[in-house]
Ligand binder design. Structure first.
Ligand code: B12
Length: 452
């Protein structure tokens, strides 16, 4: 069979960070890697391609169009499925990805034949073998239109398979992570035991932390040609076993690359001794969720660290010269004084890059129920659920003032606190220009929202 795997284009009206962080469609590369054994497969990355899906379908004549999805993509994915069906009703459409896992119902639509709620090597292989033979019975993890999207009831999770890095060869120069371009992404271990209240990631991967099969990881590391790898693990600093195993592997393979990782405050403090080693083998930046300057909010979010721990972690990371890309969440009950206190707190932490996003109680998270009555938009207003837009009505100041404070704080901390000349030296003027262009776009979108 000919299978076209599609990543939908950027959603222009949504607030996204994809101008700063723009990675490869890792899930599609895995599907490609598994299906290429028996089928003719191609990836069509519409975040880069200028061509329409119809033109691509005319060229490739696929039997199946499989589309990946994130929260803000739902309407676009449905449009693409319709476009495929209009080209030929015989084309089979299938949807997968994070959003299909978290909320498959959003894809119940006449133009969607199958929804992969979760994908494993086994269900993927069986599914394609059986539709090739004209059969479509019920299968674990897959909901079909024919069976009214009923699930078999068996729960499961996405399996980490070996991605085929060559499948996106023609796009790879464009994939970047902030100042690092080109950059690849991969995962070393799945799950997150911290189960913070606002976070989706343990919902996706579970609360058990597990290392991905080392042989697979080793193969994948050998295949990556980019000088920078961003690890998407929820908390790379979650266990001594993981740190030792990574450091040993990098040394064994004699890899000389830049690494970017997510790391918790707790992990920085507990595993300080490994940070020196990580820095020596190439760790350049750690993405740290400091979240807030208030202890009561940290405990309400079920974070296991305090505001003072944040400061301690920042000092440790400075000591080892590891850049910090910090993230904070603005609570909807903040007033102007709170934003001012946040700016002062960030001055103490001195991260290299800071993002402040409004708290987003995503549907399915326990927090959704808490804020349900204060939501500004409907659950089905998918393009707004970007984690960049204010979704909960602020209680102390107007929405316009709230946006103003968010914008002011984001600009203030990134322009005045971060050392911009140092960044130009580190990333080069071309990368800084790309980032500035992205920032201007974001500022424009924020201003439009302020006047909505
Ligand atoms: C890398 C990444 C990105 C990359 C690219 C992701 C992509 N797929 O295109 C970039 C940087 C572009 C990105 C952007 C955004 N992201 Co992001 N991202 C991630 C991250 C760190 C890893 C995702 C990943 O690669 N997982 C591993 C792969 C293997 O999993 P997977 O894609 O689900 O694929 C598996 C299955 O789903 C299946 N599959 C996938 N697609 C398909 C298709 C078919 C047909 C089939 C059969 C199977 C299948 O195959 C895989 C098998 O295991 C996650 C956090 C995390 N650690 O999970 C956030 C995350 C997915 N992102 C998130 C968000 C919110 C965003 C943004 C909206 C943020 C923003 N405001 O800018 C933007 C949206 C971009 C846009 N549409 O314009 C949320 C998603 C929430 C949701 N409900 O979807 C997450 C969970 C982070 C969070 N906030 O908690 N992101």
């Amino acid at each position: 069979m000919r299978i076209l795997l599609v990543r939908p284009p950027r959603i222009k009206q949504a607030i996204t960070l994809s101008d700063f962080m723009f990675s490869e469609p890792l899930g599609l590369e895995m599907i490609y890697g598994t299906l290429k054994e028996d089928h003719e497969v191609e990836i069509f990355d519409m975040m880069i391609e200028q061509k329409s899906l119809s033109v691509k379908i005319n060229e490739f004549m696929p039997h199946v169009v499989g589309i990946t999805s994130l929260c803000i993509d739902v309407f676009k994915v449905l449009d693409l499925c319709r476009e495929a069906k209009e080209m030929s009703p015989a084309i089979i459409t299938a949807v997968g990805g994070t959003q299909a896992y978290l909320d498959p119902e959003g894809f119940y639509d006449d133009h969607v034949d199958y929804i992969f709620e979760y994908t494993t090597r086994a269900n993927l292989k069986t599914f394609f073998a059986s539709i090739n033979g004209g059969e479509t019975g019920s299968m674990d993890g897959i909901r079909s239109k024919q069976l009214s999207y009923k699930s078999t009831g068996k729960k499961g999770r996405n399996e980490y398979m070996l991605p085929d890095r060559m499948s996106t060869e023609k796009y790879r120069q464009d994939y970047s992570y902030f100042g690092y371009k080109p950059a690849a992404i991969m995962e070393f271990g799945t799950g997150c035991q911290k189960v913070c209240d606002f976070c989706l990631r343990w919902r996706i991967e579970g609360s058990k932390e597990k290392l991905i099969n080392l042989e697979l990881t080793e193969n994948d590391l050998r295949n990556i040609k980019e000088p920078t790898i961003m690890f998407i693990d929820n908390d790379f600093l979650c266990s001594e076993e993981k740190l030792i195993s990574f450091i040993t592997l990098v040394k064994e393979l004699n890899l000389k690359k830049n690494y970017i990782m997510y790391g918790s405050v707790e992990g920085v403090i507990q595993y300080e001794k490994y940070l020196k080693l990580l820095r020596e083998i190439g760790l350049k930046a750690l993405l740290v969720g400091y979240e807030t300057f208030k202890d009561d909010e940290l405990s309400a979010y079920h974070k296991s660290s305090s505001a003072d721990d944040n400061i301690r972690a920042a000092q440790i990371l400075r000591k080892y010269k590891i850049d910090v890309w910090a993230s904070f969440m603005a609570h909807p009950d903040w007033d102007k004084k709170d934003f001012d206190s946040l700016r002062k707190y960030i001055k103490k932490l001195k991260p290299q890059i800071t993002t402040i996003s409004p708290l987003t109680p995503f549907p399915n998270l326990p927090m959704f129920k808490v804020f349900e009555d204060r939501l500004l938009y409907a659950r089905e207003d998918y393009e707004r659920w970007s984690f960049g837009q204010v979704m909960v009505k602020p209680s102390k100041i107007s929405l316009k003032e709230y946006y103003y404070e968010l914008l002011k704080t984001n600009l203030y901390v990134n322009i005045f606190i971060n050392k911009n000349t140092e960044m130009i030296k580190k990333y080069g003027i071309k990368n800084i220009y790309r980032i500035l262009k992205g920032s201007l776009k974001a500022v424009k979108k924020y201003r439009a929202l302020m006047n909505e």
